[in-house]
Design a protein around this ligand. Structure first.
Ligand code: NAP
Length: 285
């Protein structure tokens, strides 16, 4: 029942539809004509509102100098947000004019003393922190570091927190155990601490132009054609073992757009958004 109420709360248009067609009563609709109890209103996805943010809205991007993080920073600036980034190395190596508008902060999420004031006055956080290595390193970087950030954000009263997680890849999950266990532990913490303002994006392979030092690597040459083919192969995702490997890749600009929207739009529904959800939301105006 609470899920239905929450969906209605997050969809003003469905609430007004509910009110105009009958009375809203504990998640069921009572028709005014016959007092008949109808089935709960089914809302597939809330309609989100795109309004310019007030100038006081401050976004903190964790890992804003990485591949996904730098696209998130750029998108957030385009949306008129004030943006800061925290990472171990601080400033991005990108030499484009938008990068000068980001406040680049240095600190490790695994060393809380190195970033204790960064959440002050922050309205929303997007975490793009994650990585690969030994199992214990992957658990720390994907799990512990994000759990530290989620707890600190909740304590400081941050309203919304978006976490870039990862899609399940079936058998691959066993090979990268620390990575997936870390991701799922951070997701669980987010859903507990940010019941109404926590959004988890679960992309598969993310493609786009990745900056490595002064070089730009166009990963889109592989990702884009695969995305076109695989987004129409959704039923095949349910196949045992191979299904998860057919998760369509997604463009980094689509991930950034949905992440910023989820951080900025108070009616964006909380919870998990899979790759198909990311593709759908990214197409919305
Ligand atoms: N790329 C993909 O295809 C893909 C697919 C699915 C999911 N994802 C997820 O998306 C997220 C972003 O991926 P990406 O490809 O953009 O990775 P990336 O380029 O390696 O970026 C990771 C970021 O995390 C920062 N970071 C690492 N450890 C940190 C720490 N202890 N404290 C603070 N910052 C730290 C890094 O900066 P410093 O090194 O300067 O600290 C960097 O900015 C990750 O969670 C990843 O698992 C990526």
């Amino acid at each position: 029942m609470s899920a239905i109420v929450s969906r209605l709360i997050h969809s003003p248009s469905s609430v007004s539809r509910a009110l105009s067609s009958g009375l809203l009563n504990y998640g069921r609709l009572l028709s005014t004509e016959s007092n008949r109890v109808d089935e709960p209103l089914k809302v597939e996805e809330a309609e989100t509102v795109k309004a310019p943010p007030p100038p006081s809205e401050k976004l903190l991007v964790l890992g804003g100098n990485g591949f996904v993080g730098s696209h998130v920073c750029k998108e957030a600036l385009d949306q008129g947000l004030s943006v800061s980034s925290l990472s171990r190395s601080g400033r991005s190596s990108i030499r484009e004019s938008w990068a000068d508008k980001v406040e680049w902060l240095q600190g490790s999420l695994l060393v809380p003393e190195s970033w204790k004031d960064v959440m002050n006055d922050v309205t929303a956080v997007i975490s793009c922190v994650g990585g690969f290595g030994s199992n214990s390193y992957m658990y720390k970087i994907n799990g512990t570091s994000n759990i530290n950030a989620i707890r600190a954000a909740a304590e400081k009263g941050v309203k919304r927190f978006v976490y870039i997680s990862a899609a399940d890849f079936g058998l691959v999950n066993y090979l990268l155990q620390g990575y997936y266990e870390g991701k799922r532990a951070a997701e669980a913490e987010l859903l507990t601490k940010f019941t109404y303002g926590g959004v988890i994006l679960r992309p598969g392979f993310i493609y786009g132009t990745r900056q490595v030092g002064s070089m730009k690597i166009p990963l889109g040459l592989i990702g884009s054609p695969l995305e076109m083919v695989l987004q129409h192969a959704k039923p095949l995702n349910r196949l045992p073992l191979v299904g998860p490997l057919l998760t369509p890749p997604v463009n980094v600009t689509a991930v950034a757009k949905v992440a910023v929207r989820a951080a900025n739009d108070p009616v964006f529904p909380p919870g998990i958004v899979d790759v198909h959800g990311i593709l759908r939301y990214s197409e919305r105006k």
